[in-house]
Design a protein around this ligand. Sequence first.
Ligand code: ATP
Length: 453
Amino acid sequence: MSTPADAQRMEKIVSLCKRRGFIFQSSEIYGGLNGLWDYGPLGVELKRNLKNYWWRVTVHERDDVVGMDGAILTHPEVLKASGHVEGFSDPMIDCRTCKAHLRFDQLIEKKGVKQCPNCGGKDLTDARQFNLMFETHVGAAAEESSIAYLRPETAQSIFVQFKNSLEVSRKKLPFGIAQIGKAFRNEINPRNFTFRSREFEQMELEYFCRPEQGTELLEYWKEERLKFYENIGISRANLHVRNVPDEERAFYSKGTYDIEYDFPFGRQELEGVAYRTDYDLSQHQKASGKSLEYFDEETKQRFIPHVVEPSAGVDRTVLALICEGYAEDQAPDEKGKMETRLVLRFHPRMAPIKCGIFPLLKNNERLVAKAKEVVDLLRPHMFVFYDESGAIGRRYRRQDEIGTPFCVTVDFETLGEKDEKLRDTVTLRERDSMKQERIAISDLLAALSVRIA
Ligand code: ATP
């Protein structure tokens, strides 16, 4: 259960996201569009770091996974075969008192009577199925034949391109196809900031295997995915694995784990890892009439592979990173008086800006020139930020608040004015411990690279 303190923490996080340029409401100057969000200058960096790291460990660091990037507009037959046209819906109810549209599972129940969570009204319509897919028309004529859907998940284009990807990559089972991309769901009640949006991104892997390997691979991928979250800085204590019970699982799934995170608004799903058997490929083979079988050269057998699918949400993970990193601690101000410090303790790997670079004074040409040399040295290797305005302490605080793990200050010692031995050294300050060390400029790149890799 989330407490008032949790709600307050969430409010502060939402406000920081806007104030520092992580996440803005979409179309804000026109009053906003519900369930849609835009990522600002820092949000886009955080999101990219997450996606790049997922791609690196899922595709580049493995021999058995290839990538793809499918179209968003999807042929209706694809989504008929997958079951989305018929069944991708949530039961919806209207409250006749306050006119709210509600998902059935959001109703509250008091003394056995269902009520509207907004106004407490008991005058509710019957539940009806509401399909979550966005429909559009392709081509100039808006007639039935040109209907297309905005994909509700990235997975289907992977299944539909299974044969092509297999042929060009010449992989043997087990092997996977990975994709990162936008997905769209007309959620009845978008809420909890970006957690439930109408447009979002997914990072999905379809890992194809022999039927007898499925159960073991489900366990393997669950563990791999937990490691992933730990490697991006989410503590294991805040992650939970839910073994989804039979009655909640899709009928074709032989096992599903939800990886959940303790958000301030409660424990919620970050990712689903599902053993989907051969359901998707079989459906597309049946509907398209094209063989999606795999030919095993050793045994000379032909069969439809089974698949294990780790399916993660980019936006939910970005939100988890921000919630996980958000902290308030005490730090001395310019005069040594303790003040509350706001800090985003991102793992250096995820941090939008890796290093802030400051000349001690902005009106000293030699300090500025030297600091810009440091910028030029680091910039080809990492995203750095040059800042010369305000007292150094203030500049540190600004970087703390956006999660920059390291700051470098160029001072008079760097210029060799105080001690010749300190010429071409700088102060390197670490965000969490606030500890400072003196380091040679020539060692800086190597020192930072190992910490952000
Ligand atoms: P939920 O039960 O929360 O609606 P789901 O089980 O329908 O999620 P999946 O279909 O398994 O979700 O999608 C895989 C992942 O895609 C989810 O774990 C989540 O991270 C992400 N995702 C799904 N729907 C949304 C959404 N509306 N907004 C943001 N991310 C989403």
